[in-house]
Design a binder for this molecule. Structure first.
Ligand code: SF4
Length: 216
């Protein structure tokens, strides 16, 4: 079975550091983690810029603003009415937990359980906040990551929680954020859901899926 760390090394050598999460503050990461639900980051960037201009790219001002006032500002991020309500709920909840520093000081399991009770926070959002905003050793096992990890043979699990647990057990905690970013980069452009571009893939030689394909 391909080791996750071997895949990480090969991806990093081929694609370089991804600089993820692209944010100036930990609170910005929390906000971005909600905004990016179900849409590409390109759409989120426009919403982030608008929130920044409005002085709302921090949790306290966001928690104090009615969702109806925030919704038009985040329209480019899609699902803007629901996301405005989620932003308010997440901002209030994270502030009540002490902000990103409070989450960082809490045991991972407790912080994760608390976040998962908040309106608008599923496992992907919780793990993005906990890893990228609070520095916890958890992994965002989103669809990109599960696809690449499954095809290459670096994990046996297929569920979100199963893949997350396998990767966390196999990797040093400080590499988990970069690993996720590298998997997303490959999954977007090369290891696509249908018709993966295996001939152009930098980890082709390591990949179980590719090895099983008929030669052209
Ligand atoms: S070789 Fe193909 S299936 Fe394997 S990771 Fe690369 S693109 Fe995906």
């Amino acid at each position: 079975m391909l080791r996750a760390l071997t895949l990480y090394d090969a991806l990093l050598a081929a694609l370089g550091p991804q600089g993820w999460w692209p944010a100036e503050t930990a609170e910005e990461v929390v906000i971005g983690a909600v905004l990016t639900q179900a849409v590409s980051w390109r759409n989120v960037e426009r919403a982030i810029a608008t929130l920044r201009e409005a002085g709302l790219l921090a949790l306290a001002p966001l928690a104090a603003r009615p969702p109806e006032a925030v919704a038009p500002l985040i329209r480019p991020a899609g699902y803007f009415n629901a996301k405005a309500r989620k932003l308010r709920a997440v901002a209030e909840a994270v502030l009540a937990l002490g902000g990103p520093p409070g989450l960082a000081a809490m045991p991972l399991a407790e912080a994760r359980a608390r976040l998962l009770t908040v309106y608008g926070v599923g496992p992907e959002t919780a793990d993005a906040i906990l890893n990228y905003a609070a520095g916890h050793a958890t992994f965002v096992a989103d669809a990109y990551a599960r696809r690449v990890l499954g095809r290459t043979g670096a994990v046996a699990a297929t569920t979100y929680e199963g893949v997350r647990a396998e990767v966390v057990a196999a990797m040093p905690g400080e590499l988990l954020g970069e690993f996720h970013a590298l998997l997303v980069a490959l999954g977007k452009d090369i290891c696509r859901p249908r018709a993966p571009r295996c001939g152009a893939c930098p980890v082709n030689a390591l990949c179980s899926y590719s090895a099983q394909q008929e030669p052209l």
